[in-house]
Design a protein around this ligand. Structure first.
Ligand code: SAM
Length: 472
C-alpha cells in the first residue's frame, strides 16, 4: 500500500503507485485542460505532486512543452536568481565490496588500481583544490568497512577542514558515501558535514536487485531508507538522485518525487538537492549495454519538470555532462555545478599516470575551474562559492523557510558576490577577474535592501585589503 508517511521503502516508494502514475500520465499526456490546470498550479511555485509532475513529463503537446520550459526557467530565476554554486568532488578511496554492474569500482574488477588517500595525500589534494579556488567539496568513496571505515572518513573530514593554505579554506564538506547506520550519520553530522548525498541509482526494486547483485548495497530497503536514518541522525540536508540510464526514466522520475514527498511528509523538509547523473563510460563499463539511456532532449525535459515539481530543491549537475549539455540545463533549473573535477583517487595535486586508472567514470567537461567560472559569467550567471547557510545554522526547514519567504535575495546574492570577489582576488585569471569585477558592480544594484547593499560594498573593500570570509 502506498503511504508517504511510512518509513518502509516499499510503502513510500510503492511500485503499484508508480505504475498507476505512469498510466495516468500516459492517458493524460495530451489532455490540454488538465495540463493547463497543472501548469497553473505550478505557476504558484508551491510544487507539484508526483502524479501531476508525471503528466507534464509525458506531455506531448508542443505548445504546452514550451510553456513547461518557460515556467521552469522562470522558477529557476525567481528562487535562485543567476547564482550557480560551485563545488568539486574529492575521491578518497575506491575500495569497494559491492557488485554494482554500472560502476568500475565493483569488487570483481581486478585490474583497476585500488587506492585510498593517506591524510598527507588528502592535505596535498585539498591544497591543490584550494589553489584552484574551491571552497566546497563532495567527498566520494566506495563501500568497504575494512579498507574505508567510517573513522577514516571522519578523520579525513577533520583534516580537510583544518587545512588553511594561503587564503584558501574548504568551508563545506558534503559527503557521498554508502548507506550507513543512524549512529554513523550522527558522527558525520558532528564532524560538520553539509549535505549527505546518496543516489538511489534506481527506484525500481526488481532492477535494483539485479544491478546490485552482491555486497551490502544489494539490500534495496536499507539503501532506500538511508535518508530516513540520516534524518534520525540529525542530518537535515540530504541529497537524492538517480543514475539515469539504468531504468525507464519516467519510473525514476516518479520515484524521485515520491522520495521527496516522503521526506517532506515525515520530517517536514524535502531533499536539499537532487542530482541528475547519467551513466558514463568507465574502466570496464560500456554505457551502451544499458537499454534505458536518455537523449539530451529528454534529459532537459526531466530537469525542467523536477525544477517545477520541487522549486525549493537545489539541482546539481556534474562534469559527467558536456559543456553544451550543461549550458542547456543551467537555464532550466540547475543551481550547482562542479568544475575542474577529477574522478580518480588523487589527481588534483598530481595527474594520475594513465596505467593506474582509478577513475570512476570519464569526465566530459574537462575545463579548468577558471574556464568554467569565466564561461558562467559570459552567460550572466554569478558563480558563487558561498557556504554560509549551514555555517549559520540555516539547514533543513530553516533553509526552506528562507527560500519560501523570498529573503534569500538579501542573503544569498550578497554572499555570492562576496565569495566571487574572494575568488577574483585570489585565483582568477586576468580576463576572468575583469569580467567578474564588472559583474559585481552590475549585480550590487540587484540587492533589494539598501542597508545590506551598503554593508556589502564595505566588505568588498575589506576583501580587497586582504580580509576574508564575510557572510550573511
Ligand atoms: N559508493 C557510494 C554508494 O554506494 O552510494 C557512492 C559514491 S559513488 C563514488 C558516486 C555515484 O557515482 C554512484 O552513486 C553512482 O550513481 C555514480 N556512478 C557509478 N558508476 C558510474 C558510471 N559508470 N557513470 C556515471 N556515474 C556513475
Amino acid at each position: 500500500m502506498y503511504n508517504p508517511k511510512s518509513k518502509c521503502a516499499d510503502e513510500f516508494i510503492n511500485h503499484e503507485e508508480i505504475l498507476e502514475t505512469l498510466q495516468y500520465a500516459r492517458e493524460n499526456r495530451h489532455n490540454r485542460e488538465l495540463i493547463q490546470k497543472i501548469l497553473e498550479k505550478a505557476g504558484q511555485r508551491k510544487g507539484l505532486s508526483h502524479r501531476e509532475a508525471a503528466v507534464l513529463l509525458d506531455c506531448d503537446l508542443e505548445d504546452k512543452n514550451q510553456e513547461i520550459f518557460a515556467l521552469a526557467e522562470q522558477i529557476k530565476k525567481d528562487f535562485y536568481g543567476s547564482r550557480i554554486v560551485m563545488f568539486a568532488p574529492l575521491y578518497l578511496s575506491n575500495y569497494c565490496i559491492n557488485g554494482c554492474v554500472y560502476c568500475p569500482y565493483h569488487a570483481k574488477n581486478k585490474h583497476i588500481a585500488r587506492k585510498k588517500l593517506t591524510q598527507e595525500e588528502i592535505r596535498k589534494e585539498v591544497i591543490a583544490l584550494q589553489d584552484m579556488g574551491h571552497k566546497r567539496l563532495a567527498l566520494e568513496t566506495g563501500e568497504d568497512p575494512v579498507n574505508c571505515p567510517i573513522d577514516y572518513v571522519l578523520e579525513s573530514i577533520k583534516t580537510i577542514y583544518s587545512i588553511k593554505h594561503k587564503n584558501g579554506a574548504i568551508r563545506r564538506v558534503n559527503v557521498n558515501i554508502a548507506a550507513t547506520t543512524v549512529e554513523n550519520y550522527r558522527k558525520l553530522k558532528e564532524a560538520g558535514i553539509g549535505t549527505y548525498i546518496l543516489f538511489q541509482e534506481t527506484y525500481h526494486k526488481e532492477s535494483y536487485l539485479k544491478l546490485h547483485p552482491t555486497g551490502p548495497k544489494h539490500d534495496y530497503n536499507y539503501h532506500t531508507e538511508a535518508m530516513d536514518r540520516a534524518m534520525e541522525g540529525g542530518i537535515d540536508d540530504v541529497g537524492c538522485g538517480v543514475l539515469f540510464g539504468l531504468e525507464l526514466y519516467r519510473y525514476e522520475f516518479a520515484g524521485l518525487l515520491m522520495h521527496a514527498e516522503h521526506l517532506e511528509a515525515v520530517y517536514g523538509v524535502g531533499p536539499h538537492t537532487i542530482s541528475v547523473p547519467r551513466i558514463k563510460r568507465a574502466d570496464d563499463i560500456d554505457p551502451g549495454v544499458f537499454d534505458n539511456g536518455i537523449d539530451d532532449d529528454t534529459f532537459a525535459k526531466i530537469v525542467a519538470c523536477i525544477r517545477i515539481a520541487v522549486p525549493y530543491t537545489g539541482m546539481i549537475i556534474s562534469t559527467r555532462e558536456s559543456k553544451e549539455c550543461r549550458e542547456r540545463v543551467l537555464h532550466l533549473g540547475i543551481s550547482q555545478i562542479s568544475g575542474g573535477s577529477r574522478t580518480s583517487v588523487g589527481g588534483y595535486a598530481e595527474e594520475e599516470p594513465e596505467e593506474e586508472c582509478s577513475e570512476q567514470f570519464d569526465v566530459s567537461d574537462k575545463r579548468t575551474l577558471d574556464q568554467v567560472v569565466n564561461w558562467l559569467m559570459g552567460m550572466d550567471y554569478i558563480p558563487s562559492f558561498c557556504t554560509a547557510c549551514y555555517r549559520e545554522g540555516r539547514t533543513g526547514d530553516r533553509f526552506m523557510s528562507l527560500c519560501k519567504s523570498g529573503q534569500i535575495e538579501n542573503c544569498c546574492l550578497p554572499n555570492a558576490l562576496m565569495t566571487l570577489k574572494e575568488y577574483l582576488m585570489d585565483y582568477a585569471s586576468e580576463d576572468t577577474r575583469q569580467k567578474g569585477e564588472e559583474l559585481i558592480k552590475r549585480e550590487l544594484g540587484s540587492i533589494p535592501k539598501e542597508k545590506v547593499r551598503e554593508i556589502v560594498k564595505g566588505r568588498l573593500l575589506e576583501i580587497e585589503k586582504g580580509n576574508r570570509d564575510f557572510r550573511f
